[in-house]
Design a protein around this ligand. Structure first.
Ligand code: NAD
Length: 257
């Protein structure tokens, strides 16, 4: 799908993957809307990109704020791409800890809410707007790209909430692609391995690499967020990619922990 003259919504657009994807989609000619909770970073990125780039303070769990961001995007041009790549709470602890305590249900529920329910909220609201687009060649109206994790396939110990939520995002992909096929809307999911993004905190990047890089078979390093962004941009451009999850992980497979 050609993004020139169209708009793209990047939810989590101020984050590591999100900012890289926003830059790539802007380069591809899209009018980009950065939808994120992080006001300063999101507004700074919109200023840096200039042109039609906009920031909208958005919470994935609020139908009102997601609808408002989608409306801003649709006002800049037909919304043809939505990338759902927001962050959330870090993985927690074992279901029964060494101290014999249960993992709190409220924490589990919150993680699933943000990563899985928040993804569905954005997907459905973006698809509703895309359904109103004029169709392009092959009846194509738009594409939604969601973000899982390799933990959605092989969750490590202490990741019950995160891996369940990401497994849910993977499971949503095919059924959403089937539901939205009559409207000409594709749905794809990206499952990243370990990438050097702000999600890993403020430690020296060399230290983070030294901790996580050796676990990746080839190349022996963490992923670069631009590698995610290039895949997302390719998915947008390639209409025959639909209904599946692509791992991008340097052949990494999580072990027990
Ligand atoms: N970095 C990795 O190694 C890695 C690996 C696998 C999967 N992922 C997934 O990729 C996604 C993005 O990760 P990242 O590394 O870019 O994280 P990040 O922390 O760099 O960025 C996440 C962004 O999401 C925003 N955000 C948080 N809560 C939000 C909410 N309720 N509504 C809207 N925006 C919200 C944050 O403000 C932030 O800008 C996450 O879903 C994460 O689980 C990351």
């Amino acid at each position: 799908m050609d993004m020139k003259g169209a708009s793209a919504l990047i939810v989590g657009g101020a984050g590591g993957f999100g900012a890289a994807t926003t830059r790539r989609l802007a380069q591809a000619g899209a009018q980009v809307v950065i939808a994120d909770m992080a006001e300063e970073k999101g507004a700074a990125l919109a200023r840096e990109l200039g042109g039609g780039a906009r920031f909208c303070k958005t919470d994935v769990l609020s139908e009102g704020s997601v609808s408002a961001a989608v409306a801003v995007a649709a006002g800049l041009g037909p919304l043809r791409a939505a990338v759902v790549v927001h962050g959330g709470p870090a993985a927690g602890a074992r279901i029964i800890g060494r101290d014999g305590k249960r993992y709190p249900f409220s924490t589990f529920r919150r993680t699933v809410d943000i990563f899985l329910n928040g993804t569905f909220n954005v997907l459905s609201i973006a698809a509703e707007a895309m359904a109103a687009n004029d169709p392009l060649a092959d009846n194509q109206r738009g594409v939604v790209i969601t973000t899982a994790s390799i933990a959605g396939f092989e969750g490590q110990a202490g990741q019950s909430d995160y891996s369940a939520a990401k497994g849910g995002v993977i499971g949503l992909t095919l059924t959403a692609a089937r539901d939205l096929a009559p409207l000409g809307i594709r749905v794809m999911c990206i499952a990243p391995g370990t990438f050097l993004t702000p999600a890993f905190g403020d430690a020296d990047p060399a230290e983070i690499q030294a901790q996580w890089g050796p676990g990746v078979p080839n190349p022996k390093r963490m992923g670069d967020p631009d590698e995610y962004a290039r895949l997302a941009t390719h998915i947008v451009e390639n209409d025959f990619l639909n209904g599946t999850t692509i791992r991008i992980d340097g052949a990494q497979r999580f072990g027990i922990k």
